[in-house]
Design a protein around this ligand. Structure first.
Ligand code: BG6
Length: 281
């Protein structure tokens, strides 16, 4: 997918795959393994402006997921996805792929909404897989609690025909049914309506079987205890200004998270690293 050049971005080109990363939000917007369609969905209606969230790709969610408890004035999904991150390094890996590291530090702007000191480092490695690691360091003198997600929008031929395995037998919070906790059955998940679920205590790899495009996308992870599955379906898609009315069949989010029951409390000087690995089987 070609990206409009309205925001500064980096292109990672390697023998096995190419990726595009915006400095706005350290946002991976495209990952194309050789011979494949883009694995990441990007909305044609997305804002591509400084300070606005990008619709598609991999938004980084930090330090809260969704609405912030007791703070209706705070932006949904935190501030990491809308701030400009700084370049740290780009290094070639033995595979020939390259790994780009960007960082975000607490400052006056972040202190206005969240009073803690932190350093975030996000490393994106485009090889046979797309490996993304988010390291959160508490650079202040007191512990803090945060939520995080790599909010991965996956491109599928038709979400109605796709299925997601890897979450069988778990419990999820159903955000479209009053946040009720429900058991997930043994069958793979099939999306049949608006879906917004936080799967708890889920460390396993998920596989998205896409019979229309004849591929299986996997999302594996480390140090992540929650998985969010999201598709807006018809009405919500129409209600979102930065998402095309007819785009919802072409995507599903399978998000690598620590949120809800799995928020992380990090002591002064400590670092927590969460990793997502996306690939095509
Ligand atoms: C999902 C949330 O992760 O992101 C949903 O679970 C939310 O509740 C969706 O609607 C999109 O959020 P946003 O803020 O990017 O519109």
């Amino acid at each position: 997918m070609s990206q409009p050049a309205t925001l500064p971005s980096a292109k990672l080109k390697g023998p096995h795959s190419d990726a595009v990363v915006y400095l706005n939000g350290a946002h991976v917007s495209s990952w194309i393994p050789k011979g494949q369609k883009d694995v990441l969905f990007m909305s044609g209606q997305s804002h591509l402006q400084p300070g606005k969230a990008i619709r598609g790709g991999v938004p980084i969610i930090f330090p809260w997921f969704g609405g912030r408890a007791n703070h209706p004035e705070s932006p949904a999904h935190g501030f990491a996805r809308t701030l400009i991150w700084n370049f740290v390094q780009c290094e070639q890996r033995p595979s020939g792929g390259c790994a780009l590291t960007l960082e975000l530090n607490s400052d006056k702007v972040t202190h206005e909404v969240w009073p803690f000191d932190f350093n975030l480092r996000f490393t994106i490695c485009a090889e046979k897989t797309l490996t993304m690691s988010l390291a959160v360091t508490n650079t202040g003198g007191q512990e803090f609690t945060f939520e995080e997600a790599l909010h991965t929008y996956l491109a599928v031929g038709d979400v109605r025909q796709a299925s997601i395995s890897g979450l069988a037998g778990t419990t999820f919070i159903d955000k479209v049914d009053g946040f009720k906790r429900k058991p997930q059955g043994p069958e793979p998940i099939v999306i049949t309506g608006e879906t917004d679920r936080v799967y708890l205590a889920t460390k396993s790899e998920c596989v998205i079987n896409d019979p229309v495009w004849g591929r299986k996308i996997f999302v594996a992870k480390e140090n992540s205890d929650a998985t969010v599955v999201w598709n807006p379906w018809i009405a919500k898609a129409k209600a979102m200004a930065d998402f095309g009315d007819e785009e919802w069949p072409g995507m599903v989010c399978v998000e690598t998270c620590n949120c809800a029951d799995h928020a992380i409390t990090l002591g002064a000087g400590k670092t927590h690293v969460m990793t997502a690995v996306v690939g095509v089987k």
